[in-house]
Design a protein around this ligand. Structure first.
Ligand code: S3P
Length: 451
């Protein structure tokens, strides 16, 4: 790996925290970072990416694209420069592509290589190799790709790409930005118009960025409605400049920490507030959180950016419908922490997708909260949390199963627990939030190495 400077112990322990305060710039957005590298690689000419997230997942994307023949350098000012190879410009890699822990890397890059006449084999770490890939295999095969998986539609799998892909109309049964991106990137190499439909709009960073790079793409990104995207193939993309704002998914750990640790007041700068990512803020506000959005559109970027101010407040439970999940799919682990500390019952509905994330987050939330002394149940795909009104017992060890968001969520809960919470598998945090420990301790949390 290229990143060694942000070391973290695999075992951390989180103690009761004093009030949190200060100002932080949460890490750059992981989804936008992946897309900026990938779409720049497919463009003609040079692109410059400012504030790229230098986490393990994103550095795996850099390595993967280099193996496909793309030149990527970081200049002296810290700007990443990508020398795009054009739509059908990838070269066949000598080695297999290791996607590490990243589902976004695997699924989006599988789509992007499909329209190139090369053969590429993808693999990942233990967690990624257990995650379902048929969700991208099905539409890409309909377009004419040949994909062979020796592991029951999981990684490792081999893509035999072709420049003769066909346009399709594909109605995805679930809302998934990874699947949408995979199909849209494959569609760039198709002669004709591809139509992609999903039940509710998933994050639309790909559509926004493709448009900026000159793709012929039509989308409306309607709120709480069926989403339809059209893209015309064979249109060259042109290199561009991108600024990556801070990641609201990563910011959510500090936002919720400040909402539950009495007396806290925190400011988070330059956060991407794309509507299709901000479900967590709406949910927290319904729970009574004191959150304000200031300095909207402070930077020149096609993505909306703002500062977020958050003050401690007494939270109450909520009933969150399943359609909300497409706007906050990654935030359920940390939202479940807020719900545990709140008063009253919280019902989180329709969480089937959580079972196939970096770990089985559905089970991880239930088992983890129970071992911290919280009363939790489930019914079908719903999780029911009985809020402990701030009285969390803690004094337990959580195995994160190398899932970064599970690890960070339980470290946040340690900040309000009577007894400290230990977490195993914290090196996973480097996949998305390399300076988590240092940033959370800088605002007042007390998280220590427990090796
Ligand atoms: C992501 C999409 C989401 C999310 C993942 C990042 C992306 O997955 O869970 O962490 O960058 O496209 P799905 O598209 O599977 O919902």
């Amino acid at each position: 790996m290229m990143i060694h400077n942000n070391k973290i112990s695999d075992n951390l322990i989180s103690f009761t925290s004093k009030k949190l305060s200060g100002k932080i710039y949460p890490p750059a957005d992981k989804s936008i970072s992946h897309r900026s590298l990938l779409i720049s690689s497919l463009a003609v000419g040079k692109s410059r990416i400012e504030n790229l997230l230098e986490s393990e997942d994103v550095m795996h994307m850099v390595q993967a694209l280099k193996l496909l023949g793309v030149r990527i350098d970081k200049n002296k000012k810290g700007i990443w420069e990508v020398f795009g190879v054009g739509l059908d410009g990838f070269t066949e890699p000598e080695y297999l592509i290791n996607c590490g822990n990243s589902g976004t890397l695997a699924r989006t890059l599988i789509g992007a290589v499909t329209g190139n006449s090369i053969v590429v084999t993808f693999t990942g770490d233990k967690s990624l190799n257990e995650r379902p890939m048929e969700r991208v295999i099905i539409p890409l095969e309909k377009m004419g790709a040949q994909i062979v998986s020796t592991a029951n539609n999981r990684l490792p799998l081999t893509v035999k790409g072709t420049t003769n892909l066909l346009p399709i109309k594909y109605e995805n049964p679930i809302s998934s930005a990874q699947v949408k991106t995979s199909v849209l990137l494959a569609a760039l190499n198709v002669r004709g118009v591809t139509e992609f439909v999903e039940p509710y709009t998933s994050r639309d960073h790909t559509e926004i960025m493709l448009k900026k790079f000159g793709a012929k793409i039509r989308f409306k990104s309607s709120k709480n409605k069926k989403n339809v995207v059209f893209i015309e193939g064979g249109v060259n993309l042109k290199g561009n400049d991108i600024y990556v704002p801070s990641d609201l998914s990563s910011a959510s750990f500090a936002i919720i920490a400040a909402s539950i640790v009495p007396g806290s007041y925190l400011k988070l700068n330059n956060v991407c507030i794309n509507y299709f990512r901000t479900g967590i803020l709406d949910a927290l506000k319904k729970m009574g959180a004191d959150i304000s959005i200031t300095n909207r559109n402070k930077c020149t970027s096609e993505e909306p950016i703002a500062d977020i101010e958050v003050k401690y407040s007494k939270l109450k439970g909520l009933d969150l419908k399943s359609y909300c999940s497409s706007r906050m799919i990654d935030e359920y682990p940390i939202l479940s922490i807020a719900a545990s500390v709140a008063s009253g019952k919280t019902i989180l509905r329709g969480l089937r997708e959580l079972k196939v994330k970096e770990s089985n987050r559905f089970d991880a939330i239930i088992n983890g909260l129970r071992s911290c002394g919280v009363k939790v149940n489930y019914k079908g795909e719903d999780i029911i949390i009985n809020g402990a009104s701030g009285k969390i017992k803690g004094g337990t060890t959580i195995n994160s199963n190398f899932d970064h968001r599970i690890a960070m969520s339980f470290l946040v809960l340690g900040g309000v627990s009577k007894n400290p919470i230990s977490v195993k598998g914290c090196k996973s945090i480097l996949t998305s939030y390399p300076n988590f420990l240092c940033q959370m301790n800088s605002i007042g949390m007390d998280i220590r190495s427990n090796d």
